[in-house]
Design a binder for this molecule. Sequence first.
Ligand code: HEM
Length: 146
Amino acid sequence: MYNMVKMLHSYWAYLVLIILVIAVVNSIVRKAGNKEYEAKDFRIALFTLIVSHIQLLLGLILYFVSPRFSLFSESGMGEIMKNSVDRLYLIEHPLVNIIAIALITIGYSKHKKKLLSEAKFKTLAVFYTIALVLVLSRIPWSTWLA
Ligand code: HEM
C-alpha cells in the first residue's frame, strides 16, 4: 500500500508541476496581451484544480500509511522538529502544500466570479503563482529526482 501510493504521489507530482506552470504562464501572458477569457483558459484553470486535489488526496493517504508517521508516537514532536528531514516530510511538506492547494481552490472560485477577462486572469495569476512558489519550496528534491 505504502509503496504504491508513494509511487503514484511521486509520478503525479510531475503532472501537478507541469499543469500549474502552464496555468501560471497562460494567465500572465494572456493578461499582459489583453486577451479575451476563453473556454480553453477555463479548462486549464479547472484541470489544475482537479489535478492538485487528486495530489492532495494521495498525499493525505501517504501521510498516514508512511512508516515515518509512527515517529509522532515513537520520538515525539520535539525530536521531529530537530531533524530537518523528518520535519520536511511530516510537517513542512504537507502543511505548505495544503496551503498551496487551498490557494489554488480560492483562486479558482474567485476567478469564476469575476466578469472581466482581465480580472479573471489577474486572480488566476496571483493565486496560482503563489501556490507554485509554495509547492516548489517544499518538494523533497534530493529524494524525488534521485
Ligand atoms: C501539490 C502538492 C504536492 C506535491 C507536488 C507533492 C510532491 C511530492 C514529492 C515529489 C514527493 C517525493 C516522492 C519521492 O521521494 O518519490 C513527496 C513526498 C511526500 N508527500 Fe507530497 N506532494 C504534494 C502534497 C502533499 C500533501 C498535501 C501531503 C500530505 C498531506 C503530502 C505528503 C507526502 C509525504 C508523507 C511524502 C513522503 C513519502 C515518503 O517518502 O515516505 N504531499 N511529495
